[in-house]
Design a binder for this molecule. Structure first.
Ligand SMILES: Cc1cc2nc3c(=O)[nH]c(=O)nc-3n(C[C@H](O)[C@H](O)[C@H](O)COP(=O)(O)OP(=O)(O)OC[C@H]3O[C@@H](n4cnc5c(N)ncnc54)[C@H](O)[C@@H]3O)c2cc1C
Ligand code: SF4
Length: 344
């Protein structure tokens, strides 16, 4: 197996993939016993040393029908579990999973509304990862899927997504775990990977192609609504009412990544500057969104000088990551000091 797929991205660790029916059932028994009791209370938490936390890791098994959604929901209904866990888990399957399936079917993967990529993309793998890897040559008339970009994001994914350290500990840790497990849980997908790519104006299609390549649970009908619509707001308010973006305060509150990072979430973390610069750049599309009223009020209070600094930090971060180099506090501090020199 190693020889056959040597040019493919990621590592092959057979023990992290339930291959047989017995493995699938063992995974589900483990999930019921050890994950579900704490699933509800810690559903949105992220931990550096425990990438899966109390998530069940059954998505790939459900998607290939090794486990059936009806079966897991029925079983969970009868378990003695805290209400938050029971409700939270059933909502994910009956709510989100079913919902994205319908969205994909009704919109034909958003192809009904948006232009298509002419051929399937590789999200930069042959550029940043392994130039010898080639997707199947027999693509027939396959297109590359819809490429909506409501906010105009058009940049390529930085090499960080292929394992080159970015210096942002949250991003680097999640990406490392994805290349080890071909998996990460919902909040790391949404609030670290998609968040940072969206704040950098990465093309939603490029990010979707990356998820498709990197995760064992990725199927078109589930990866596309989750990334093109929910993760990047690429389709605008078709599926979600606002973009899921945040600065360092959220990541610091919900995880322990920041304690192990060279940046400080309260002083010089560039993710916070990226967040404000994002709101400023996308004022036109977003400021009338009622769910973003508060962030835009806060942006106004931030004042022109700080906003200019946010924009400069955004430009530096993009440049450093696009050059496949590692961001350091010095890069960010240089903007701070230039800024102080320029503006007495
Ligand atoms: C940017 C992004 C990309 C995603 N890509 C995929 C993907 O390619 N394939 C995939 O199966 N899921 C995807 N999801 C949804 C969700 O993150 C995964 O289903 C979940 O993290 C899988 O881990 P788990 O089995 O441990 O889930 P748990 O947290 O234990 O949840 C239980 C189950 O609920 C279902 N579920 C929860 N949220 C969603 C959702 N938003 N959409 C569909 N099903 C959901 C899954 O079947 C999951 O196995 C994505 C989410 C985001 C934000
Ligand atoms: S300080 Fe910033 S870059 Fe570092 S882990 Fe926290 S949010 Fe991520």
């Amino acid at each position: 197996m190693h020889a056959q797929f040597a040019d493919h991205p990621g590592q092959i660790r057979p023990e992290s993939l339930p291959g047989t029916k017995q493995d699938a059932l063992a995974n589900w028994e483990w999930a019921k016993k050890y994950c579900l009791p704490l699933f509800g209370p810690y559903e949105d938490a992220m931990a550096q040393e425990e990438p899966g936390l109390f998530h069940t890791r059954i998505s790939a098994l459900l998607n290939i029908l090794r486990l059936l959604p009806r079966q897991v929901v029925k079983e969970v209904e009868t378990l003695q579990l805290p209400l938050a866990s029971k409700e939270g888990f059933i909502r994910q399957i009956l709510g989100w999973r079913e919902f994205v399936r319908h969205v994909h079917r009704e919109t034909q993967g958003f192809r009904k509304r948006t232009p298509k990529a002419v051929k399937p993309g590789d999200a930069g793998y042959t550029k940043w990862g392994n130039p010898r890897w080639r997707a199947s040559k027999n693509l027939g008339d396959l297109d590359g899927g819809a490429r909506p970009s409501f906010l105009g994001g058009k940049w390529s994914l930085p090499a960080a997504f292929w394992g080159v350290p970015s210096g942002l500990n949250c991003l680097d840790q999640v990406i490392k775990s994805v290349w080890e497990d071909s998996y990460s849980h919902h909040i790391t997908r949404l609030m670290v990977l998609s968040n940072i790519a969206t704040l950098l104006d990465v093309s939603p299609r490029d990010l979707t192609d990356w998820f498709w390549i990197a995760y064992t649970d990725a199927f078109d009908w589930v990866v596309e609504p989750n990334v093109l619509a929910m993760g990047t707001f690429g389709t605008g308010p078709v599926m979600t009412t606002k973009p899921y973006v945040s600065g360092a305060a959220y990541i610091n509150r919900m995880s322990n990544f920041c304690g192990n990072c060279e940046f400080n979430p309260k002083t010089n973390c560039p993710v916070t500057n990226l967040y404000w610069a994002f709101l400023e750049r996308h004022k036109l599309e977003l400021q009338t969104n009622p769910r973003l009223r508060l962030p835009f009020q806060n942006l106004k209070k931030r004042g022109q000088a700080k906003i200019q600094k946010d924009n400069e930090i955004y430009a530096v971060v993009r440049k450093v990551l696009a050059a496949s180099t590692r961001l350091t506090p010095q890069h960010v501090d240089s903007v701070h000091s230039n800024f102080l020199l320029d503006k007495p």
